[in-house]
Design a protein around this ligand. Structure first.
Ligand code: IPE
Ligand code: IPE
Ligand code: MG
Length: 247
């Protein structure tokens, strides 16, 4: 890959056999900023740049799906000025992304309850999704005001409503048909879930979809995460043996 200057340092990745779907919990922005004596929002700004780098790289290496955790249903507990700065960054990011979508050819989707976002941001998300429909190639799912349990409860509610209306039958519900009620409908489950920043928990990220995912944890903080770190994770993933309960 052109990005690496010294070939000997390339983590050994078989780019012909990449996982179909990689999911990342973009964590550690606050600690990255603190370590530099910067306000937390500077960490979020740096994290947004990392997202741009990683999404572009995933597209370049031919990854089919990338899903990132940008803002959780729990993140509203943060101070109002931090929430506002994250929302501002998201707006700025989407305005830029919309301008470059023709060139970047990354298909974007949002997983989460967008109705709680401010009107401008919500419209930007919908516009981005609409334009994205024209593109094939790497699909980037951005989890925004996303919570895994919330997603499952919404799905259950929608299924119950379909049953009440005679459109669905409880006896016919399967894991596959239930999946169609989730934000991730139509997207294969993540093969690999990466969490930087040293935390080893899911924090309500894709609990249904990650039931059989491989996990990769690293102490690197998200703003410091780069193509090489992603390749490390991919290389580790490729050495794992996925048995799905078999032998
Ligand atoms: C992740 O970084 C970004 C969001 C949750 C929006 P954090 O802000 O959680 O960074 P730390 O965990 O405090 O370092
Ligand atoms: C998870 O990170 C959410 C996102 C990265 C968007 P948090 O920093 O919010 O998770 P906890 O609080 O450490 O569990
Ligand atoms: Mg965090």
């Amino acid at each position: 890959m052109a990005f690496f200057k010294k070939r000997e340092n390339i983590p050994e990745v078989d780019f012909q056999h990449l996982p179909h779907h990689v999911a990342i919990i973009m964590d550690g922005n606050g600690r990255w900023a603190k370590a530099r004596g910067l306000p937390r929002k500077a960490g979020h700004a740096a994290g947004a740049e990392t997202f741009r780098t990683i999404a572009t790289y995933c597209r370049d290496i031919g990854l089919e799906y990338l899903t990132v955790y940008a803002f959780s249903t729990e993140n509203w507990k943060r101070p109002a000025d931090e929430v506002a700065s994250i929302m501002d960054l998201l707006e700025k990011y989407l305005v830029e992304a919309i301008g470059k979508i023709e060139r970047d050819r990354v298909k974007m989707k949002f997983f989460g309850d967008l109705s709680q976002l401010n009107e401008r941001l919500r419209r930007l998300c919908l516009e981005t999704e609409e334009i994205s429909k024209r593109y094939e190639g790497c699909q980037v799912n951005i989890c925004l005001n996303y919570g895994g349990r919330d997603e499952i409860v919404r799905a259950a509610r929608a299924f119950a409503a379909d049953c009440a209306a005679g459109r669905a039958d409880p006896a016919a519900l399967s894991e596959e048909s239930f999946s169609d009620y989730l934000y991730s409908a139509g997207v294969p489950d993540p093969d690999l879930v990466i969490r930087p920043s040293g935390e080893q928990r899911l924090s309500n990220f894709l609990p249904w979809q990650s039931a059989y995912a491989e996990f990769y944890f690293t102490d690197v903080l998200w703003p410091d995460f780069d193509q090489r770190e992603l390749c490390r994770a991919l290389a580790v993933y490729q050495r794992r043996s996925r048995r799905y309960g078999g032998v």
